[in-house]
Design a protein. Structure first.
Length: 320
């Protein structure tokens, strides 16, 4: 029998052996989280580190080096940063059952996930503003392989979502998605939007706060693309996970961001559009990566909620 593996879980003892390639003396390795990539907590006598093992087929070597280049450009801002091995390289090649995986050691961001309140939301907004400002002149020799544009955020996701919608809800739901995407793309075409380096997944789950300062991590979704999308992800997070605090915390976030850098009228106008874009990107990513999220959540009820959200976002679209 030919046994195929999609996503293996590498034992912590093996990770400790890999860590020997770095100039640290690891005392303990704990498996921290399984996701699109696997994350381990590395402990020494004096410091704590994060070891990320990228999933095979998710990000290739050049794409990861793009990410590390971008993070290193941002040093001076508070970001979790990659740490070189004894040989001067960042990446370790791991020959897993499913194929080659790459591992990187990162600094650990002290503190804890920031609670969502007005004060923290303003600081989070300031942090993204500083990140965008610092990355304005980012250049790198490496190719990311995708941009945060309509092709990646919408078209690629629709390709995997549409068959699922048709299977569970029929042609009408599939047609609703198609029309929403067409309308969003048409609306975005009318706007002159800023592009630049983006974190790609900027919300309070990907940062820690310590002594009132935010440190950002998990740049796995970073790329060049629409800056307004990067801003809108935080609004999407508030809208979906902190509904009772959405209005006041979004106002605080935006106030913090605008303190650091401007947004044009067109970028501000596009923010509601990018909330819908985020919904579509996330669903497509979850459907595509069922080895992470499983398939039990894919059912008529969850997909009906998705369609309802699209229609609610686009109340002005009479055809919906």
């Amino acid at each position: 029998m030919d046994i195929q593996v999609r996503h293996s879980l590498i034992h912590t003892d093996t990770i400790l052996q890999i860590i020997d390639e770095h100039d640290i003396e690891a005392l303990q390795c704990d498996f921290l989280a399984r996701g699109l990539n696997d994350t381990y907590l590395i402990t020494t006598e004096e410091e704590t580190y994060i070891y990320r093992l990228y999933r095979a087929g998710w990000r290739n070597k050049e794409s990861i080096l793009f990410e590390l280049d971008a993070i290193n450009h941002l040093l001076g801002n508070r970001v979790s940063f990659p740490i070189k091995k004894k040989d001067g390289n960042y990446l370790t090649e791991v020959k897993a059952p499913e194929g080659v995986r790459y591992g990187v050691l990162f600094s650990y961001s002290k503190g804890e996930r920031p609670q969502i309140n007005v004060e923290n939301s303003k600081v989070i907004g300031e942090t993204l503003g500083k990140l965008h400002k610092k990355s304005d002149k980012l250049t790198t020799q490496y190719e990311r392989g995708f941009e945060l544009d309509t092709e990646h955020l919408l078209d690629e996701q629709v390709a995997v979502i549409s068959p699922v919608l048709k299977k569970y809800l029929g042609n009408e739901a599939e047609e609703t998605l198609r029309r929403v995407v067409e309308n969003i793309k048409a609306d975005l075409t009318e706007l002159n939007l800023e592009t630049g380096f983006c974190h790609g997944d900027f919300h309070n789950h990907n940062m820690h706060i310590h002594d009132g300062t935010i440190e950002v991590f998990d740049f796995d979704c970073c790329a060049f693309g629409y800056r307004a999308y990067d801003v809108a992800v935080s609004w999407w997070n508030l809208k979906n996970n902190y509904k009772n605090l959405e209005t006041e915390c979004w106002d605080a976030f935006l106030q913090g961001y605008l303190k650091e850098r401007k947004l044009t009228d067109d970028d501000l106008k596009s923010l509601p559009l990018f909330i819908t874009v985020r919904r579509i990107w996330l669903l497509g990513t979850m459907v595509r990566n069922d080895d992470v999220w499983g398939t039990s959540w894919i059912n008529s009820r969850s997909l009906e909620l998705f369609i309802w959200q699209l229609k609610t976002d686009r109340l002005e679209d009479e055809v919906l």
